[in-house]
Design a protein around this ligand. Structure first.
Ligand code: APR
Ligand code: PHB
Length: 389
């Protein structure tokens, strides 16, 4: 087989890139390790920046997003019972849209099928070859049959645990990482949201987040020990702990119910430099990870795809490699600012093991300053709604 761009990974990064390339008559083949249903079974975050909404609309795949997505003009930060509301539209000029990543992925898979895009599932032993030359190729096995795809470029969209980042030689790669000493225990419940906007809560017992998917599907998280297991947390134990961490008025009025999904995720900050090597380009989680506190995982993947698709389009349309040559530089410049914001939000809102009472006072003072300083709120709001591409 031959294609112009071989895309490794069928998550949001790979799907967004494949459709943007198809829209610009650039041939791409997408290789996914799992089945489509497995990919769609993942529960991930659900806050979309306008940049991603714009890409979805440009692809003509935003009909459901525009009808079912929830426009959020702000969010709430709480410190025990003290509450600060961040008005996105007032301080950053635009809202965010609450719409599950699973639904974004579903819409993109439906679009790929409607447009006849090539996607191979259950691909095993995907290997990337020849990226440092001008004839890269990918080999893989599917249902016991070996395949080879010759291509012009390879896009590594295979997430943190994929093979693409490892294909960049160790003496070329520099990896930056911070692992946080806690996790997030998340629950999905078919209950009405506790509040019409998200609530990010810092409490003496630790972090909590009240989020949502629609009028009868809520998503909640509480900070938990890295050693915790889902089995240790009954639904009742989760609800009791969540209520201890959010403002009393919200806790007293919230509707609880059985979990339809429950999972624990670790938190890390991670960046690989560079995000390209020869004819290999990394996108999304393959290149970087953020703690979910800033809701930037999916949105930073979309920014990478925006830059990389521009590079491929300019290459094939104008025989100009300028944007491809500077892809890593452009993507990393925005990504490090996003890493900073996600790190800052995580430090502001979580209780760290061994944290001193002074450090706790610093968190409280930071939130108190936010409550009274419009410039401080504007900085937070502009980061949360998304930095410009
Ligand atoms: N070969 C083919 N596919 C692979 C391989 C491989 N060797 N390894 C991993 N994959 C697939 C995974 O099964 C997954 O479907 O690559 C895809 C990577 O998708 P994501 O991990 O979702 O990463 P990305 O597309 O960059 O999206 C980033 O997704 O996981 C969230 O929090 C993350 O919101 C962020 C967003
Ligand atoms: C979610 O709805 O899953 C969600 C929302 C905001 C975050 C993280 C997760 O910061």
């Amino acid at each position: 087989m031959r294609t112009q761009v071989a895309i490794i990974g069928g998550g949001p990064s790979g799907l967004l890139l494949s459709q943007l390339l198809m829209q610009n008559d650039i041939d791409a083949i997408l290789l996914e390790r799992q089945t489509r249903d497995h990919v769609l079974s993942r529960v991930r975050a659900g806050v979309l920046e306008q940049g991603l909404v714009g890409i979805m609309r440009g692809l003509g795949v935003a009909t459901r997003l525009d009808s079912e997505g929830l426009i959020h003009d702000g969010t709430v930060l709480s410190y025990d019972n003290d509450v600060v509301r961040l008005d996105f539209t007032k301080y950053a000029g635009k809202p965010v849209v609450v719409y599950g990543q699973t639904e974004v992925t579903r819409d993109l898979y439906d679009l790929r099928e409607r447009t006849g895009g090539q996607a191979y599932f259950e691909c095993e032993d995907v290997t990337l070859q020849g990226m440092d030359g001008d004839a890269p190729f990918v080999t893989f096995r599917q249902h016991g049959i070996d395949h080879r795809i010759d291509c012009d470029f390879i896009a590594g969209c295979d997430g943190f645990h994929g093979v693409s980042r490892q294909a960049i030689p160790e003496n070329v790669r520099t990896e930056y990482e911070k692992v946080y000493p806690f996790g997030w225990l998340g629950i999905l419940s078919e209950t009405p949201p506790a509040h019409h906007e998200l609530i990010y809560a810092n409490s003496s017992r630790g972090f909590a987040l009240c989020s949502q998917r629609n009028a009868n599907l809520s998503r909640y998280y509480i900070q938990c020990e890295l050693t915790d297991t889902v089995e240790q947390w009954s639904d009742q134990a989760f609800w009791d702990e969540l209520k201890r961490r959010i403002p009393e008025e919200v806790a007293d009025n919230m509707v609880t119910g059985p979990s339809v999904e429950k999972s624990i995720a670790p938190l890390r900050s991670f960046v690989c430099e560079p995000m390209q090597w020869g004819r290999l380009f990394l996108c999304g989680d393959a290149a970087h990870i953020v703690p979910p506190t800033g809701a930037k995982g999916l949105n930073s993947a979309a920014a990478d795809v925006h830059y990389l698709s521009q590079g491929f389009i300019r290459h094939y349309r104008d025989s100009d490699c300028a944007d491809l040559d500077r892809y890593s530089e452009r993507a990393l410049e925005r990504m490090w600012k996003t890493e900073r914001f996600s790190w800052w939000m995580t430090n502001l809102l979580h209780r760290f093991p061994g944290q001193s009472t002074f450090d706790q006072k610093m968190q409280k003072a930071e939130l108190a300053f936010l409550a009274e300083n419009e410039a401080a709120i504007a900085v937070l709001a502009q980061n949360y709604v998304g930095l410009p591409y």
